[in-house]
Design a protein around this ligand. Sequence first.
Ligand SMILES: *[C@@H]1O[C@H](CO)[C@@H](O)[C@H](O)[C@H]1NC(C)=O
Ligand SMILES: *[C@@H]1O[C@H](CO)[C@@H](O)[C@H](O)[C@H]1NC(C)=O
Ligand SMILES: *[C@@H]1O[C@H](CO)[C@@H](O)[C@H](O)[C@H]1NC(C)=O
Ligand SMILES: *[C@@H]1O[C@H](CO)[C@@H](O)[C@H](O)[C@H]1NC(C)=O
Ligand SMILES: *[C@@H]1O[C@H](CO)[C@@H](O)[C@H](O)[C@H]1NC(C)=O
Length: 247
Amino acid sequence: MEFYALLVLVILGLTTVDCYLPPSIIVCHRSDPDLDQCITDVADKLRPNIMSGDYGNGTILPAVDPAYVRRLDIDGGSSLKATFENCTIRGARTFHIDKLHFNVPKKSIKILVTLAEMNLTGKYSLNMSISLLQLDGQGDFTVNTSDVKLLLKIRYTLHEADNGRMRLQFLPIDFKVKFAGGVRFYLANLLNGRPELVQAANDALNQNPDLLLEKAIPAIRDFFSEMFTTIANGLVRDAYLDEVLPL
Ligand SMILES: *[C@@H]1O[C@H](CO)[C@@H](O)[C@H](O)[C@H]1NC(C)=O
Ligand SMILES: *[C@@H]1O[C@H](CO)[C@@H](O)[C@H](O)[C@H]1NC(C)=O
Ligand SMILES: *[C@@H]1O[C@H](CO)[C@@H](O)[C@H](O)[C@H]1NC(C)=O
Ligand SMILES: *[C@@H]1O[C@H](CO)[C@@H](O)[C@H](O)[C@H]1NC(C)=O
Ligand SMILES: *[C@@H]1O[C@H](CO)[C@@H](O)[C@H](O)[C@H]1NC(C)=O
């Protein structure tokens, strides 16, 4: 009998070692009357972990600041084709959670976040017409933005594991982005071989930033949606619902 009791303990022990949240996560209780504030505080405390992607004890997920984007292709029909490669995105660490609401029965979380600044650098190649101007070129680029508003809609489903406990699975995160504070582009070598016109060409682009931005937003949105969904699922992968959100 004692042997079996010991065996059960060992199995339970192993199970709890197996199924855990990264040590950086502080859990909130479903019954907390101020659940929204609790989660907001957790996200704030996790800021360094979210930025580096290191959540402790071997949980390594994509880094958010700086974030790397291998390639973004923008196809805006005959008037716009662009490729951005090897991009570094900085500034996510300036995030502020303006609003967060967790609807437990609906298994959904809505978060409104402002990034004070977000800057990109990398390589571009672009062909684009702005009114009568034909812009083309390739080389280094920078884009500086401020006051970036993100609206994230996060939903999850529950799945029963073999032992009857519930696991969470996040669905692809719905992501909206608005550049409220303006956008400044600088595309070096725009108008290949006509350096005297580079600044004028960039001014034309900056006077009509939406022409490029509106076509770029879907690619940016898909990139971040995938990254945040990967992170959310990575964090809860080895944990059960009653560990992530105890009653
Ligand atoms: C990290 O893992 C080690 C070994 O598995 C364990 O001893 C330690 O308690 C864990 N740290 C935290 C903070 O959970
Ligand atoms: C732009 O056009 C040039 C030649 O006209 C081409 O080499 C380049 O690949 C094009 N760039 C994109 C992003 O389509
Ligand atoms: C992007 O980085 C890869 C790998 O380092 C390199 O092969 C490629 O040439 C780079 N692209 C540009 C446009 O510099
Ligand atoms: C972004 O660019 C702005 C304007 O140049 C600068 O003031 C800011 O420090 C930059 N922020 C980051 C995170 O790179
Ligand atoms: C963006 O900000 C950096 C400094 O963070 C600066 O070097 C660069 O010139 C700025 N680019 C634009 C287009 O404002």
